[in-house]
Design a protein around this ligand. Structure first.
Ligand code: CP
Ligand code: NVA
Length: 303
């Protein structure tokens, strides 16, 4: 692993991502076989949350404990990131106590600043711009289900948001084609798209869900209004009318297509309950694999 931090998948090499996925697959097998690990014995991870979480919090916290280490939860009211003291001071102080920092934040710049000022590894547990840990768990899931990544086409139906951005980065690194179908005005960040294309990635931006779904190996979706966008929920619900992953859309994808969602889901909006429980659904494998992928990241960054 050549990087000290996980800020964005665009900063990792293809080999780094492969190493993370291989280590994750081994850790998962060993956990299932009852092997006890102590690679992170005596080490601690500070977990800063400006937003709510089920998967990220529990998978990092239990992941640390399965590796013999310890995690410290710092919720929105504990340290009041960027309100009570500067991000710079928090990064320096925490570096004197713990061996790693995982943070879920609003402004992506906060993650960049934590990485700049901390002397320990910093892991992005979701920012308004990116969600790299999600996509590492997703890539592990796709590997398990499809046996390979390169050459597959992933279609994202929905908002050009943090998950879509990290999928663009991840697909580009791993040789997968990325397509998005979104309403006009909800396209992914232009800089991320251009950088991916420059790096040889195939990124198609469409506005017709049916056209985007046709022949896809993976149909992926996420909520229309992300955390922090609650005030725009009604407007987005209107704009995204017709962008629901349902069984009719699924029928246009490859017959072996996976249905993916990072969760939490709003059933009846971006995905129907039926599609989420269909034969190709991998949503709960994704959720579980967050833990295995992140344990791999923790071992590779903290030992
Ligand atoms: N997918 C994901 O990050 O879930 P949480 O918001 O529950 O952590
Ligand atoms: N795009 C969603 C992902 C949640 C895991 C959000 O930011 O709320």
């Amino acid at each position: 692993m050549h990087q000290k931090h996980i800020v964005s998948l665009s900063l990792l090499s293809t080999e780094d991502i492969r190493e993370i996925l291989e280590t994750a697959a081994n850790l998962k097998l060993e956990l299932r076989a009852g092997v006890k690990h102590d690679m992170l014995a005596g080490k601690a991870l500070a977990m800063i949350f400006q937003k709510p979480s089920l998967r990220t919090r529990v998978s990092f916290e239990n992941g640390m404990s399965q590796l013999g280490g310890h995690a410290i939860y710092l919720g929105p009211d504990d340290i009041k990131l960027a309100k009570r003291e500067t991000t710079e001071d928090i990064a320096i102080v925490l570096s004197g106590y713990v061996d790693g920092i995982m943070a879920r934040v609003f402004e992506h710049q906060t993650i960049v600043d934590l990485a700049k000022y901390a002397s320990v590894p910093v892991i992005n547990g979701l920012s308004d711009l990116l969600h790299p840990c999600q996509i590492l768990g997703d890539m592990l899931t796709i590997m398990e289900k499809k046996g390979e990544l390169s050459g597959l086409t992933l279609t994202f139906i929905g908002d050009g948001n943090n998950v879509a951005h990290s999928l663009i980065n991840g697909c580009t690194k791993m040789g997968m084609g990325f397509r998005i179908a979104c309403p006009k005005g909800y396209e992914p960040d232009q800089e991320i798209v251009e950088a991916a294309r420059k790096a040889g990635g195939s990124v198609e931006i469409l506005h017709d869900p049916k056209e985007a779904a046709r022949g896809a190996d993976i149909l992926y979706t996420d909520v229309w209004a992300s955390m922090g966008q609650e005030a725009q929920a009604a407007e987005k619900k209107h704009a995204f009318n017709g962008f629901t992953v349902d069984e009719a859309l699924l029928a246009l994808a490859d017959s072996e297509a996976l249905v993916m969602h990072c969760l939490p889901a709003h059933y009846g909006e971006e995905i129907t309950y039926e599609a989420s429980r269909s034969r190709g659904s991998a949503i709960f494998d994704q959720a579980e694999n967050r833990m295995h992928a992140q344990k791999s990241v923790l071992v590779l960054l903290m030992t």
